[in-house]
Design a protein around this ligand. Structure first.
Ligand code: GLC
Length: 468
């Protein structure tokens, strides 16, 4: 009766079997020669980054002057000339001291940094030959990128650039639905005179400057694509051409995933979930992939004076731990002020994170998701160092005297607090003494960890378990 329906899955299966080898072959064929790399080579190229786990994002540009979000020009639909007229000659970062930035990043435990060389407003922080809309022409009076790189490299951090694919100032960038002038008919009418070919060349010229004049650049964050009828994607940017150029100048560089090349393996190095916490290790086609979540202290990337939804230090530390517990990196953003310093709210949080990292960074660097067999105890996150085979239990909420580790019996050799290296005792149901009442409630294979009643003086205490 159901003959045709029954045959259908078989037909599909056969079809898939026929197509699969071909698609794999076709995909391999489609990988351009300059992009070929084995999985091992890629893992090696990304090793420092995977181990680092924690970096600083810096959003700094003209938008620090209005101080109402880096998208202020878009939100308030400010025409480019007006934006320039209002803010360009007000950009006077007399307190700009990138050594101080680097010192704060380092003290917070960050291992790398990514600075917005140019954001959507189109303002370049360096002395580019290809635009007048640049920092050296403002009261800043100089290239701001070089001192940034010098300072962070000197502090031992890896360095990167954010570069916007979007440009609301460039005369050849066509007005689309994401443009500051999206609602202006007159502006849209100028599209016929705008030449995206020239814009594509402009981006190539600028990227060539950034990638050839400043030594080794470790990471590049391109932002972003919004393909569709009133948007822009890989053709508009010539994403393949851009990536080829990037890899030619800096073969080791690590590049994010916002060029609209995510359907091919070679089009990106890592995924970038933004402003939310993924539920689990980020996957692509069912495969776990390198990922980095970028997050803000408050609801804005650029300095926003009146934005008050600031996350607490505790929340930020927990965010870092959770990210690593799911195999990812955290790129935490600071938006320096128009005068060039980090504002007090940012500094306070960086110091708090640094205080925690000073004693607990062993549970972050080189760590990743715990092996499947280790289940998360109540109110905890787990991170794991596969080299040292140590498992870290992060106690988000301090329990009363006892922590149950479900199914850990026989897997742990030794336990200690990470912050002070003090031994922590544990038992299990079968070897508990008669006075250990809690043992009655523990499962046969659980470990019962004995904790002091008082929470140690650490924002989020960590137990280090030496595994068998
Ligand atoms: C978004 C926003 C932007 C910010 C970036 C950070 O794409 O356009 O303002 O720079 O995310 O990831």
């Amino acid at each position: 009766m159901l003959q045709p329906g029954n045959n259908l899955p078989k037909t599909i299966l056969l079809l898939l079997l026929a197509i699969l080898p071909f698609t794999t072959f076709a995909q391999q064929q489609a990988t351009p020669s300059w992009a070929r790399e084995t999985a091992e080579e890629k893992a090696k190229r990304m090793q420092w980054w995977t181990e680092a786990r924690f970096g600083m994002f810096i959003h700094w540009g003209l938008y620090a002057v209005p101080a109402r979000h880096e998208w202020v020009q878009y939100y308030e639909q400010i025409p480019p000339e007006e934006y320039k007229a209002r803010y360009f000659d007000k950009f006077n970062p007399d307190l700009y001291d990138p050594k101080e930035w680097a010192a704060q990043a380092k003290a917070a435990g960050m291992k790398y940094v990514v600075l917005t060389a140019r954001h959507h407003e189109g303002f370049s922080l360096w002395d580019t030959k290809y635009s007048d809309f640049k920092a050296p022409n403002t009261p800043a009076g100089k290239d701001l990128i070089k001192p940034y790189l010098d300072a962070f490299r000197e502090a031992g951090l890896k360095v990167g650039f954010y570069y916007s694919l979007i440009d609301w100032q460039h005369p050849d960038f066509t007005i689309d639905g994401t443009h500051a002038l999206r609602n202006s008919k007159e502006a849209r009418a100028t599209n016929s005179n705008r030449d995206m070919d020239k814009y594509r060349q402009f981006m190539k010229n600028q990227l060539t400057e950034l990638l050839t004049k400043y030594g080794k650049i470790d990471q590049l964050f391109l932002d972003y694509s919004y393909p569709g009828p009133d948007g822009k994607g890989r053709q508009d940017w010539d994403s393949e051409g851009l990536l080829k150029l990037i890899r030619k100048h800096q073969p080791h560089i690590i590049v994010n995933d916002r060029m609209d090349l995510n359907d091919v393996d070679w089009g990106w190095d890592y995924r970038t979930p933004e402003q939310f916490m993924p539920q689990e290790w980020v996957k692509d086609n069912g495969r776990r992939v390198p990922w980095e979540t970028c997050q803000t202290f408050s609801g804005s990337w650029g300095y926003h004076r009146d934005e008050n939804t600031w996350k607490s230090t505790n929340q930020l530390i927990a965010m870092l731990i959770e990210t690593v517990s799911k195999g990812g990196n955290l790129l935490l953003n600071v938006g320096p002020t128009a005068r060039g310093n980090f504002d007090a709210r940012a500094t306070e949080r960086l110091e708090g994170i640094g205080q925690w990292m000073k004693y607990n960074n062993r549970a972050i660097y080189g760590c990743t998701q715990a092996p499947e067999e280790f289940q998360k105890p109540d109110n905890c996150f787990l991170t794991y160092n596969p080299e040292t085979k140590r498992l870290y239990v992060h106690l988000l909420q301090w329990p009363f005297k006892t922590l149950y580790l479900p199914g850990y019996k026989g897997k742990v050799k030794y336990a200690q607090f990470l912050h002070d290296g003090s031994e922590i005792k544990y038992t299990s149901r079968s070897n508990a003494s008669a006075s250990e009442h809690m043992a009655i409630t523990a499962g046969e294979n659980d470990l019962i960890v004995h904790l002091p009643v008082e929470k140690p003086q650490v924002e989020i205490p960590v137990i280090e378990l030496f595994l068998e």
